[in-house]
Design a protein around this ligand. Structure first.
Ligand code: ADP
Ligand code: MG
Length: 257
């Protein structure tokens, strides 16, 4: 076992405050969102819903607003600030980029208008019957070190939290680590430091070191979320951009039992 992260914790005197003074409110607001999903006969949360749940639990996400018209999309892009990302929001589309449902780096109002129509066209071509909630306008997160935080519910052990670095590290190398929830601060640090790709988080070439405390916080808050809500079957924050200071979840998926 590597204690790199623990060493850092001691050096930097990181003490993550794990008290959730508003836990009752967090839980009931989250349950309201889940109730709506269940009442609709769905299992999968829309990105807007999953990110709203993340926000309740103090997990940082990109700013977003759901547009129902082109004009609204432009208005929201102005409010959020360019460049923006446009995404399809549909209960029938799980993998948005596979169907041409994601446009990143949209720089101007006219591109928001064109992008809005383009996404709808792509999605309709793929699935003419897809029920569309709107187009999500969101803040474009600058490139950072990409990590993935996930959770699954094991029939025997209950919820477990997963951590890995984004892209090939998880998808090809399966360089991931799991802990049964709820996890402690030390376990969050162990998880981060025990993946093989850990040295990359400490910075290399032109990439600055990533904010390990921000990752530990996200792991702990995810652990709290899946412990409080055993109705969560799967959770996937993929990717999370991690910066020198802070982190931002770019895409969030939650599936209920
Ligand atoms: P999906 O996984 O459903 O295909 P994502 O929301 O993950 O869709 O978007 C696909 C990719 O686009 C992401 O992996 C990320 O690289 C990029 N991306 C999406 N949203 C943003 C954003 N807000 N800021 C920066 N990049 C983004
Ligand atoms: Mg994704």
């Amino acid at each position: 076992m590597s204690f790199g992260c623990l060493e850092e914790k001691l050096l930097n005197n990181i003490g993550i405050n794990l008290d959730f003074p508003n836990r009752g409110v967090m839980m009931s607001k989250t349950f309201e969102i889940f109730k709506q999903v269940m009442e609709d006969g769905r299992k999968s949360l829309l990105e807007t819903e999953a990110k709203a749940v993340c926000m309740e639990y103090g997990i940082p996400v990109t700013k977003f607003k759901l547009a129902k018209t082109q004009d609204e999309a432009v208005e929201f892009a102005d409010q959020i600030g360019y460049p923006v990302v446009l995404k399809i929001v549909s209960q029938d589309i799980i993998h948005k980029s596979d169907v041409g449902g994601v446009l990143v780096g949209v720089e101007h109002a006219k591109d928001v208008r064109n992008g809005y129509d383009e996404i709808l066209k792509n999605v309709k071509k793929h699935d003419p019957k897809a029920k569309i909630s709107g187009i999500l306008v969101q803040e474009m997160a600058p490139q950072g070190t990409e990590v993935i935080v996930g959770a699954i519910k094991d029939p025997q052990f209950g919820p477990a939290v997963m951590f890995g670095l984004g892209g090939i590290f998880v998808e090809v190398l399966k360089d991931v680590t799991f802990r049964v929830a709820p996890i402690t601060e030390d376990e969050a640090c162990e998880m981060i430091s025990e993946v093989k790709a850990y040295p990359l988080l400490k910075g290399y070439r032109n990439t600055p070191p990533a904010d390990i405390e921000a990752i530990a916080r996200i792991l702990l808050h995810t652990s709290r979320l899946v412990t409080d809500h055993q109705e969560i079957k799967e959770l996937d924050l993929n990717p999370i951009m991690v910066y020198k200071k802070g982190a931002k979840t770019v895409d969030a998926r939650i599936i209920l039992e």
